[in-house]
Design a protein around this ligand. Structure first.
Ligand code: FAD
Ligand code: PYC
Length: 416
């Protein structure tokens, strides 16, 4: 690994960083590959990395229409956790959390992982019972989770308004101490660097415009930089999953919605954990720069536009000010939106398809960041072995015909 002294950092800074080596190779598309991964977000990059690392498949192209990590991977609020209700989801998200715990060492790239704890507030008796049920289920799966009393929540989050007369009274909370935040750009860049070092081609500014088939099997893709052949094509395109699947003649039960977030002006340390409130649609953490990172539920309409609507922000701000009155005079610095791919049961699809050699990883909705390494790990297995890993078998496309849905709307923690 290249190491930089303070002097080389200053010298490179003065030269406009032009002398720094690229973290991943600039690759030109070749005529054919063993596997093409569509989408250079965290999921596509993790898939390519684990194909190379775990299965020795390095003849892989990641084809990205823009630059890597500029989709939802670079737009999320970096929260990671594995506190899901159903056994299937708990196993998948816990696998991912464990991979996150070792990712800095594995990639030799600081992920800035901060397991500062994720709290989910209960504002009604119904909320509290639901959290208790959830905590019991999570613990039965061997995953850390606990119920906090109002006093315990207040001790962890002193700025929270826990007055019984508050507009949104707090009756208790759940806590996953191993949950927290992990830097999204670091995952995209670290995975890209590690995949590239193992021989994967990362091809940016290359949009897939068609999926090529011969009868019932896939033969490659058409792109804005020409056709590329491959017997295996894997879609990891988040908001554009259903659009890409339709190029192969498949209709998916996925809707795409805007999801917004915003950050405030920077403050001295104010809150040292993540606090989510599903019932009143606001969540909060503080970045290393001191900004409050604030998010809400999805915008209710279907759209591919990466911008959100004002009513959602107004709703989120009123909830924020009621819950944390101390921030009422804080100025907001910037707002942005991504487009999230939502399945009817708020669970993802990681699956083979009726088209041989075509695989789908999508429908992560508002919560796929935390799944990034785990999703790539199981998807790589699925592609390499041509069958799902037991961890992703329940997340197949068939569940929409068999009815074996995995309803995780509650654990999504962000209303949708
Ligand atoms: P993306 O990063 O979107 O990557 C897909 C890539 O596919 C894109 O780069 C896109 O350009 C590319 N692509 C699309 N079409 C084509 C094509 N035709 N040809 C080539 N390339 C194509 N999740 C959490 O777990 N915790 C959070 O705190 C959290 N907060 C969020 C906050 C916001 C505001 C948003 C928008 C999302 C949040 N999420 C969160 C969800 C999370 O960001 C996503 O589920 C996850 O990042 C999806 O990763 P991905 O790699 O599948 O998608
Ligand atoms: O899934 O934890 C989550 C999440 C937080 C913000 C958006 N999604």
């Amino acid at each position: 690994m290249t190491r930089y002294s303070v002097f080389s950092l200053v010298r490179n800074g003065l030269k406009g960083h032009r002398a720094w080596p690229r973290a991943w190779r600039r690759a030109e598309p070749r005529r054919s590959y063993q596997v093409i991964v569509i989408g250079g977000g965290g999921h596509g990059l993790a898939t390519a990395y684990y194909l190379a690392k775990e299965h020795g498949i390095t003849d892989v192209a990641v084809v990205e229409k823009s630059a890597i990590g500029l989709g939802n991977t670079g737009r999320n609020t970096t929260i990671i956790r594995s506190n899901y209700l159903w056994d299937e989801s708990a196993a998948l998200y816990e696998k991912s959390l464990k991979l996150f715990e070792g990712l800095t060492e594995d990639l030799n790239f600081n992920q800035m992982l901060s397991q500062r704890g994720v709290i989910n507030l209960a504002h009604t008796l119904h909320d509290l019972r639901d959290l208790e049920r959830r905590v019991n289920a999570i613990r039965l799966n061997g995953i850390d989770s606990e119920i906090l009393s109002v006093e315990q929540v207040k001790a962890m989050v002193p700025i929270l308004n826990t007055s019984p007369n508050a507009r949104y009274p707090v009756l208790g909370a759940s806590l996953q101490r191993r949950g927290g935040v992990s830097r999204h750009d670091a995952a995209a860049w670290g995975l890209a660097r590690a995949a590239s070092a193992r021989g994967v081609d990362i091809i940016e500014n290359c949009e897939v415009t068609a999926i090529l088939r011969d009868g019932d099997h896939v033969t490659g893709v058409e792109t804005t930089r020409g056709p590329i052949k491959a017997p295996k094509v894997a879609i990891a395109a988040a908001a554009h999953t259903s659009h890409l699947a339709s190029m192969a003649g498949l209709r998916l039960p996925i809707e795409t919605h805007p999801l917004q977030a915003l950050v405030s002006e920077p403050l001295k340390p104010l809150i040292d954990c993540v606090v989510m409130s599903n019932q009143v649609h606001v969540y909060l953490s503080q970045s290393d720069k001191g900004e409050l990172v604030i998010g809400a539920g999805i915008d209710p309409y279907v759209s591919y536009a990466s911008r959100g609507s004002l009513p959602v922000i107004e709703d989120q701000m009123q909830a924020l000010v009621h819950l944390y009155p101390v921030v009422s005079r804080l100025r907001m610095l910037r707002q942005w939106a991504g487009n999230v791919d939502v399945c009817p049961d708020a669970s993802p699809i990681i699956s083979l398809t009726p088209v041989r050699g075509l695989y789908i990883n999508g429908g992560w909705g508002t919560g796929g960041w935390k799944a990034t390494p785990g999703s790539g790990w199981v998807f790589a297995h699925t592609i390499a072995q041509d069958r799902p890993h037991p961890l992703n078998e329940p997340f197949s496309l068939e569940r929409f015909t068999t009815g074996a849905l995995i309803d995780e709307h509650g654990a999504a923690a962000v209303a949708h």
